[in-house]
Design a protein around this ligand. Structure first.
Ligand code: PMV
Length: 309
């Protein structure tokens, strides 16, 4: 049995697709589990939550299972397993889909680890991440690679596309409230929209990406230094820039405002935007007020997670 956590992007989403840095952290309160057992004939892949199953080699493949089936093939090839014994691969996940919590990357990561363990191979985070990145292309089109990286490494990371990720010390652990807006927002759609706008008007979007990149650099310093007030204001700055980028929504703006008014030190959308999740920097003393405010504001659920190195 293998597990992989969810994740949230703290700073830098979208700009990270264009080479600017971003910071993401794992969220261990939710995750994907994959069991790999010996079966009786062929390779059976079961996605319990979706009520779907598929025997490899048969056609057609359900669209939702396509990335999984293709990843099983590439992972087995990578592991050098030419004639796999009959297998039953069972996938379950507690991560809501298309909410910016990395559901696809978590399932893929648990799957690769589960197959590795079954065939007696302990894969490094780099190896897992590289295999998962290929599967991410199904979900995202042109993924930056941040989701597969943070989930495979399981630590807060500072990430620049195409470079090895950096882990760093979080000076003072802090709490995040993650609220699910209840609106599914496929990353691919929002990323493509930003790309179209950037192609039309690069002189408007490049400076926005630069400003987001600068917020990320300062956020890393504040996280290292344990300055939570400073970190909170940077979340607000990042949210304002995401709004200028056109990826927020009236609902997300409202949830961010509600969290701030209830005492959060800062708040922003996380991930692709339009729907998905909002995150708020909270303290023990504001935890209940912010959670209640987000719930009254209409979120479908709040997860609290501690960020530490
Ligand atoms: O929606 P998520 O959490 O998968 O995040 C998407 C983050 C983007 O920066 C918008 C895209 C990417 O590939 O990094």
């Amino acid at each position: 049995m293998a597990f992989a956590p969810g994740k949230v992007i703290l700073f830098g989403e979208h700009a990270v697709v264009y080479g600017r840095p971003a910071i993401a952290v794992p969220v261990t309160q939710v995750g994907a589990r994959v069991t790999v057992e010996r079966g009786v004939g062929g390779i059976l892949v079961q996605a319990k939550d979706l009520g779907l199953s598929h025997t490899m080699g048969e056609l057609p493949v359900d669209e939702a299972l396509e990335p999984v089936v293709s990843l099983v093939e590439s992972a087995l090839e990578y592991l050098g397993v030419r004639l796999p014994p009959p297998l039953v691969i069972t996938i379950t996940s507690t991560i809501a889909m298309a909410r910016g919590l990395g559901s696809g990357a978590a399932v893929s990561t648990a799957l690769v680890r589960g197959l590795g363990e079954h065939f007696g191979r302990e894969l490094s985070p780099e190896e897992v991440s590289a295999l998962v990145y290929e599967a991410e292309k199904f979900h995202h089109g042109t993924p930056s690679g941040i989701d597969n990286t943070v989930i495979s490494y399981g630590h807060p990371i500072y990430f620049v596309r195409g470079e090895p990720p950096q882990t760093f010390k979080v000076g003072k652990p802090f709490l995040l409230a993650i609220g699910d807006s209840g609106v599914k927002s496929p990353t691919k759609v929002v990323v493509e929209e930003v790309r179209r706008r950037w192609e039309k008007e690069p002189s408007r979007y490049e400076p926005l990406f630069d400003q987001i990149g600068q917020v990320v650099e300062r956020a890393k310093e504040e996280m290292e230094g344990g300055n939570l007030e400073g970190l909170g204001s940077l979340m607000d700055e990042n949210q304002a820039l995401l709004r200028d980028l056109g990826v927020s929504s009236p609902q997300l703006d409202d949830l961010v405002k509600v969290a701030r008014e209830a005492g959060a030190l800062g708040a922003k959308l996380s991930g692709a935007g339009r729907g998905g999740s909002v995150i708020a920097l909270i303290e023990e003393r504001t935890r209940e007020a912010v959670t209640t405010a987000l719930e009254r504001g209409g979120v479908q659920g709040v997860i609290t997670t501690e960020v530490s190195s």
